[in-house]
Design a protein around this ligand. Structure first.
Ligand SMILES: [Zn+2]
Length: 194
């Protein structure tokens, strides 16, 4: 399919599949719709395709059950698929650009610019909240951030987070290690924001 299924149908469901936003690019997705109306949260990971911890977190988030949420949770666990297979650091192999720097995108641009445009116009435009997961990349090193503190809790979420592997990586490389807490937090966001 070229477009994602509807986010809100009024019936609890889990829908999984692949969407092809661009020729040659096929992204896995999961849509989890709860039993009661509510906002829509989109979660992406793998914009940076070798930040594996965040990709794993998104994969696990796909196990969220409809009966545990209100509203809709949309998970796109790997945005830069070719980069994932090629272990590309930061950039999309198709055009050598950092997808994370292309938003809101360009419908007539290069692959990463068109993918950013698709996400912005076809997905995020239908969402109430958006969370883009990142984590320590393959070349991340604390040496480049000598003044970086290393707190053990992510204050923005209250989720226990630890440097990975401690203490070599900068704060932006924290990884969520408590996936149950992450899952509960995300479902709680949807439930409480009604
Ligand atoms: Zn990143």
């Amino acid at each position: 399919m070229d477009t994602l299924p509807p986010f809100k149908t009024g019936k609890p469901r889990v829908e999984q599949g692949y969407v092809r936003p661009l020729v040659g690019i096929e992204l896995p997705f999961t849509i989890i719709e709860g039993g009661m109306p509510g906002p829509c949260l989109v979660v992406t990971a793998g914009v940076h395709a070798s930040e594996f911890c965040s990709i794993e977190a998104a994969v696990r988030l796909q196990r969220t059950r409809p009966e545990d949420i209100n509203g809709t949770l949309v998970v796109l666990p790997i945005m830069n698929v070719q980069g994932f297979w090629k272990r590309s650091i930061y950039v999309m192999p198709e055009d050598g650009k950092n997808l994370n720097r292309q938003f809101p995108g360009d419908a007539d641009g290069t692959a990463s610019q068109r993918l950013a445009h698709w996400l912005t116009s076809a997905v995020l435009s239908k969402a109430d909240f958006y969370l883009d997961l990142h984590g320590g990349d393959l070349d991340a090193a604390r040496a480049a951030f000598p003044d970086a503190p290393l707190p053990w809790v992510d204050l923005s979420t209250g989720i226990n987070a630890v440097p990975f592997p401690p203490p070599e990586l900068p704060p932006h490389a924290w990884t969520v290690t408590d996936f149950r807490a992450l899952n509960e937090y995300m479902t709680g966001v949807i439930a409480k924001s009604r």
